[in-house]
Write a protein that binds this ligand. Structure first.
Ligand SMILES: NC(=O)c1ccc[n+]([C@@H]2O[C@H](COP(=O)([O-])OP(=O)(O)OC[C@H]3O[C@@H](n4cnc5c(N)ncnc54)[C@H](OP(=O)(O)O)[C@@H]3O)[C@@H](O)[C@H]2O)c1
Length: 172
């Protein structure tokens, strides 16, 4: 985290600060909320970016449910716990935003289109975790629609990051 802050500061973003957060640990989430509250008193944008793949051994016919649970803990339940914990601070913003980072691999529409570029990239744990995230986000957006919130799901596309050993075709 400190390395990332240093890189961002070098690029000119001089107000970047580090807050430690493990989205699978409620104590860690609560501590992050307390830190943001103490430093800023509100939160304008929550970007739920944390995500894990769970390895490539995730065929639907054989994937261990433990793997599915682990992936859902971060990609789905993590987002829900973090979002609910930060809601009070978000409500203090004039225009609160929640951006949930999803994936094309979570799209049921794309997965049933044989012409889609990534049609053959089927994952029994990761994709379903993002499908569930999309569904939760629609409900969340509906519930917050009269409260000045915008809730977005964002698919970055196949991007070169640690996630895929920098094989993705897009740059960060
Ligand atoms: N790269 C792609 O092609 C692609 C395509 C579609 C969607 N996405 C999505 O984009 C998002 C970002 O992924 P990325 O490509 O940037 O992958 P990445 O380089 O592996 O980054 C994932 C980030 O998630 C963090 N993380 C993992 N588990 C966490 C936890 N329990 N608590 C807090 N942070 C946690 C990691 O933190 P540490 O480094 O500290 O572990 C890391 O910073 C993910 O949601 C991913 O599903 C990526």
């Amino acid at each position: 985290g400190e390395d990332a802050v240093a890189i961002l500061k070098e690029s000119g973003l001089d107000q970047v600060q580090l807050v430690q957060l493990d989205v699978t640990n409620q104590d860690s989430i609560n501590a992050a909320v307390a830190t943001v509250k103490q430093r800023f008193g509100k939160l304008d944008i929550l970007v739920n970016n944390a995500g894990i793949l769970g390895g490539w051994d995730q065929k639907a016919v054989s994937v261990k449910t433990e793997v599915i649970r682990e992936v859902f803990d971060t990609n789905f339940f993590g987002v829900i716990n973090v979002t609910q914990a930060f809601l009070d601070l978000l409500r203090k913003s004039e225009r609160p935003r929640i951006n949930n980072i999803t994936s094309g691999l979570g799209s049921l529409t794309l997965h049933t289109n044989p012409d889609w570029d990534h049609y053959d990239v089927k994952t029994g744990a990761y994709g379903p975790s993002k499908t569930a995230l999309n569904a939760y986000s629609v409900v969340l957006a509906y519930e917050l629609k009269d409260d000045n919130f915008k809730v977005n799901v964002i698919d970055p596309g196949y991007t070169a990051t640690d996630f895929n050993d920098h094989q993705g075709g897009l740059s960060v």
